[in-house]
Design a protein around this ligand. Sequence first.
Ligand code: PGA
Length: 253
Amino acid sequence: MKYFIANWKMNLTAAAASQLVGQVRPLIKSYLDKTEIIVCPSFTSLSAVAKNIIDSGMQIGAQNCSWQDVGSLTGEVSLTMLKEWGVSHVIVGHSERRQRLCESEEMINQKMSAVLKSGLVPILCVGETFSERQEGRKDFVIAGQVESALKNIQLIEKKILIAYEPVWVIGSGQAVKIDEAEHAARVIKQVLIDLYPDIDLKQSVQVLYGGSVDSKNISYFISSEYLSGVLVGGASLQTDEFANMVKIISERT
Ligand code: PGA
């Protein structure tokens, strides 16, 4: 089973998002036994997409959440509210939030803890910027982000997804080479082995790749023994690309 996570970011109105789900549904129906598909629309589209996704075999994810469950936090959305919409997964620590919305390591750690406590599955995003890579700090940055996101968190009987997303390739149209994605996945797994020596990581944690994945390059990433799937932004906004990528996963798995 491989994961296909569609991150629609701040694209598509509720009407357009539910139309896209409606178009994709019949095209991916026969591939669901090999692929776990999670669609992550904007907050305002969650309700419409949730209605249109019923009985499709696809699941619904949010792109963010508050770490607080109730209270005075203007503009935030709690996990209880997300559950009401049928959300099963939550993206945490996407680089666009870390960089452009000043989301700190501490906030990410609090969100991870809240998502796990709520019973939903977090999709933690980690990855280095181009300058961090050029300074030779790539592995150090990735390891540090995983460690701080999971600080004081127990993973017993919990499930998390971690997406390696090199910041400099997101939206660039040029994914990294497969050996680079595999190397990052191994760095992440080593950190987890050191943090949680007593748990069966294969059951609890899956590592994915994200960053300019499309139907031309997806087969490299989903054929890797180190990667359990992909997190796709831009290419998942097009019906044919979405369906094609899911078909390729199904053929290669
Ligand atoms: P992209 O985005 O596929 O458009 O590069 C991926 C992401 O940011 O999750």
